[in-house]
Design a protein around this ligand. Structure first.
Ligand code: NAP
Length: 263
């Protein structure tokens, strides 16, 4: 529901008193998601490999949405010990488990298949696929243990997981895996009131795509029916919807946020 204040359309506040966990929250899409969920009234546990970038995001939340409680945490989503320690820290800091969890941590290690090393394949799978597995499992376990069912888990896949992309065998495999993981989690966790969905961004302007040569970005921009690369806020808008009860009858879905691009 959109509120009207003095004739100006105000952003909806659909996540009041909800604790949200966002991995990769120190950069790009994860930072925009942290900001958007906070704008919707959530307290945010901002998680990143790099505590400084997570802290920088928290500073923007405290500046823009004073009066809400937010905190930064360092964790490596590809390591179960790190994720388990993270969940303990979050629950002791906020006294409740997160009811919204967004896995945005991710990496690329692009190389053509014929030259791709086993190390770069494993690194991408460990962070992009095992990471969402560990976070989904840890958050669901914490919600179930709390005795208060209900929640929304949102994993970030990619349009590349559906259609493949040159030089991204590891990345495409990891993102296709995220969809399978999330659909299965949706089936298993529905009895606890936990919904699980995947968002599939196309090309979004972030530090991740800064690595892509400008001529390649220009080529993709020409192929996007809506005529521009996406912004992190375009993805955050959809994630806020999936986090909220406005999507209460949606689970196991994959939602493309690509400006119409289908490679
Ligand atoms: P980004 O700006 O590079 O942000 C990714 C964040 O994840 C960084 O802060 C990074 O930290 C963190 N991270 C990396 N490894 C981690 C680990 N092991 N544990 C915890 N955090 C870790 O990238 P983005 O564009 O926002 O991407 C966010 C998500 O969207 C990713 O899953 C990506 O695959 C997906 N996606 C992006 C696009 C796009 O066009 N940008 C398109 C489709 C899907 P460091 O910087 O310290 O390494």
């Amino acid at each position: 529901m959109v509120r009207v204040q003095g004739g100006v359309m105000a952003a909806p506040v659909r996540l009041k008193s909800i604790l949200a966990l966002v991995t990769g929250g120190g950069s790009g899409i994860g930072r925009a998601v942290s900001q958007r969920l906070s704008q919707e009234g959530a307290s945010v546990a901002v998680v990143d490999l790099n505590i400084k970038s997570a802290n920088d995001t928290v500073q923007t939340l405290l500046r823009d949405f004073p009066g809400q409680d937010h905190a930064a945490f360092a964790a490596d989503v590809s390591q179960s010990e790190s994720v388990n320690a993270l969940m303990e820290l979050i629950q002791s800091r906020f006294s409740v488990p997160p009811r919204v969890a967004v896995s945005s941590a991710g990496i690329t290690r692009d190389e053509f298949l014929l030259r791709m090393s086993e190390e770069s394949f494993d690194a991408v799978l460990n962070i992009n696929l095992k990471g969402p597995f560990l976070i989904t499992q840890a958050v669901a376990r914490a919600v179930v243990a709390s005795g208060h069912n209900g929640g929304s888990i949102i994993n970030i896949g990619s349009i590349v997981g559906k259609v493949g992309n040159l030089g991204q065998a590891n990345y495409a495999a990891s993102k296709a895996g995220v969809e399978g993981l999330t659909r299965t989690a949706a089936k298993e966790l529905s009895k606890f009131g936990i919904r699980c969905n995947t968002v599939l961004p196309g090309f979004i302007a972030t530090p991740m795509t800064d690595k892509v040569p400008q001529k390649v970005l220009d080529k993709f921009a020409d192929m996007i029916p809506l005529g521009r690369l996406g912004q992190p806020e375009d993805v955050a808008d959809v994630i806020a919807f999936l986090a909220s009860d406005d999507s209460k009858y949606i689970t196991g879905a994959s939602i493309e946020v690509t400006g119409g691009l289908y490679l």
